[in-house]
Design a binder for this molecule. Structure first.
Ligand SMILES: CC(C)(COP(=O)(O)OP(=O)(O)OC[C@H]1O[C@@H](n2cnc3c(N)ncnc32)[C@H](O)[C@@H]1OP(=O)(O)O)[C@@H](O)C(=O)NCCC(=O)NCCS
Length: 357
C-alpha cells in the first residue's frame, strides 16, 4: 500500500487548466461525495468557487491544505488553519477521508496526515493543535463530559497514539426548510416581549456593527469548549469587514438577526450563510448572559430561517453543528426540526510541557 500525502496548491481560479486546478477540483468532488454520504444529499456540497474563496488567506487566518492518496487514488484531504491574530501558537483543522476506505488504509492515511501536520507545526513554530474528524460512539468520553467516541476507530487510534486527547464531540445536523411548513406560525408564537429583532442580508448595517462586534467577541468564552482554552478574540469594525470580505469571496451572503431590548441594548444574534444554492450554513447564535432563559435564541433562529426562505428561493437545506454538551442549543435546534447527520470529535494536543499538567 502506497500512501502519498501532498501539499494542496490552490489554483488562481477554480477552473484553471493546470495540475493545481485539476487537484483542487478533485478535492471539491471528494468533499462533495463524503458530505453527501453523511447528509444523505449532494445538495450540501460546496461548489468550487465557494471552497476556493474560503481557503484564501484573510486578515485573521492562513490556510494550509494536504491531499491524501492511497495507491494513486485520492482518498482524503486535510484543511489546516493558522490563526493570525489570537491563538497564534495554534493550528486548527479537520480532515475527511472516503467512508469506504478499509481500516488499515484509513489508519495509515490518518497517520500520514499527522506527519504532515507535524511538518507544518515545526516550520511555523506552532505547537498547539486542534483537529476535528468524524467519529462513531464508543467508550471514550470527552473532556466536555457529554458524547463519546470509539477509541479503536482508525482516526481516533491514530490521534491517541500521537498525544491527542478528546475534548468535545460535535453533533452535525441538517434541517429541511421544505418540511417547516408552519414556520410563520411558529415565528409569530416565538415573540419575546421586551425585545425587538433587526434582520438584514449582506454586510451588517452601519448602526448595528458595534453591537454585533461586541456580541461576537464574547462567543469563544460563552460557548462550551471542553478543555480547550482559546484566547479572547478582539472584534472591531476592520475585523468584521474582513469576515464579510471572506464570505463575499466565497459567494456567500450573511443573513443576520440581532435581538435588542426595547431600550436598544444588544441581547443576542444569530447568523446564516446563504450560498445562493440549496444549502445554507448556520453560523453563531448567542444570547448575552443577562438575557438568557427567555427563549430569545429560538425566536432569533426562527426569524432568521424565515428571512432566509424569503430572500433565497433556492435555499432548502440548513446545516449546523454544536457540541454535545450544548443542551440548550441542541434542544432548540431539534425542536425546530434539525436531525443528526454525523458526529465529529474535537481533539487537542498541547505543547509537550503542558500535556502532563
Ligand atoms: C444557547 C443559547 C443561545 C440559548 O439561549 P436562550 O434563548 O437564552 O435559551 P433558553 O435558556 O431560553 O433555553 C432554550 C431552550 O433550551 C432548553 N434548555 C436550556 N438548558 C437546557 C439543558 N441543560 N438541557 C436541556 N434543555 C435545556 C430550555 O428548556 C429551552 O427549551 P424550551 O423553550 O422548550 O423550554 C445561550 O445559552 C448562549 O448564548 N450560549 C452561549 C453561546 C452558544 O453556546 N451558542 C450556541 C452555539 S453557536
Amino acid at each position: 500500500m502506497n500512501i502519498a500525502v501532498e501539499r494542496l496548491v490552490l489554483p488562481a481560479t477554480w477552473d484553471e487548466d493546470s495540475e493545481a486546478g485539476r487537484v483542487f477540483r478533485a478535492v471539491v468532488d471528494l468533499t462533495r461525495d463524503i458530505r453527501a454520504h453523511y447528509y444523505g444529499t449532494p445538495a450540501v456540497a460546496y461548489d468550487p468557487p465557494e471552497l476556493l474563496g474560503l481557503l484564501q488567506r484573510s486578515a485573521t487566518e492562513r490556510f494550509v491544505g494536504f491531499t491524501a492518496a492511497v495507491d494513486g487514488r485520492l482518498v482524503g484531504r486535510a484543511l489546516l488553519w493558522l490563526p493570525l491574530r489570537e491563538n497564534t501558537t495554534m493550528i486548527e483543522g479537520s480532515w475527511l477521508l472516503a467512508p469506504g476506505l478499509d481500516a488499515a488504509a484509513h489508519a495509515a492515511t490518518a497517520s500520514a496526515l499527522l506527519d504532515a501536520l507535524d511538518t507544518v507545526a515545526d516550520a511555523e513554530a506552532r505547537p498547539w493543535h486542534l483537529l476535528e474528524v468524524p467519529c462513531t460512539p464508543g467508550r471514550l468520553v470527552p473532556a466536555g463530559g457529554v458524547g463519546s467516541a470509539d477509541p479503536d476507530a482508525p482516526d481516533a487510534a491514530a490521534l491517541l497514539a500521537r498525544g491527542f486527547t478528546l475534548q468535545q464531540v460535535y453533533r452535525y445536523q441538517v434541517a429541511d426548510l421544505a418540511a417547516l411548513t408552519d414556520l410563520d406560525a411558529r415565528l409569530a408564537a416565538a415573540l419575546v416581549p421586551g425585545y425587538r429583532l433587526v434582520t438584514w442580508t449582506g454586510r451588517v448595517p452601519e448602526p448595528h456593527r458595534g453591537a454585533f462586534c461586541a456580541l461576537v467577541a464574547t462567543m469563544d468564552r460563552e460557548v462550551p469548549t471542553g478543555g480547550v482554552q482559546y484566547e479572547a478574540q478582539h472584534w472591531d469594525d476592520a475585523r468584521l469587514a474582513a469576515f464579510e470580505d471572506t464570505l463575499e469571496r466565497a459567494g456567500r451572503t450573511l443573513v443576520g438577526t440581532l435581538a435588542l431590548t426595547d431600550a436598544g441594548e444588544p441581547a443576542g444574534y444569530t447568523e446564516l450563510m446563504a450560498t445562493g444554492r440549496a444549502v445554507a450554513h448556520q453560523g453563531d447564535t448567542l444570547v448575552a448572559p443577562a438575557h438568557r432563559g427567555r427563549r430569545l435564541a429560538r425566536w432569533l433562529k426562527l426569524a432568521n430561517l424565515a428571512q432566509l426562505r424569503a430572500g433565497f428561493g433556492a435555499a432548502r437545506w440548513v446545516t449546523t453543528d454544536n457540541a454535545e454538551e450544548n443542551a440548550a442549543m441542541l434542544a432548540i435546534n431539534e425542536s425546530i426540526g434539525f436531525t443528526t447527520a454525523l458526529h465529529e470529535g474535537l481533539w487537542q494536543r498541547l505543547p509537550a510541557p503542558e500535556r502532563s499538567r
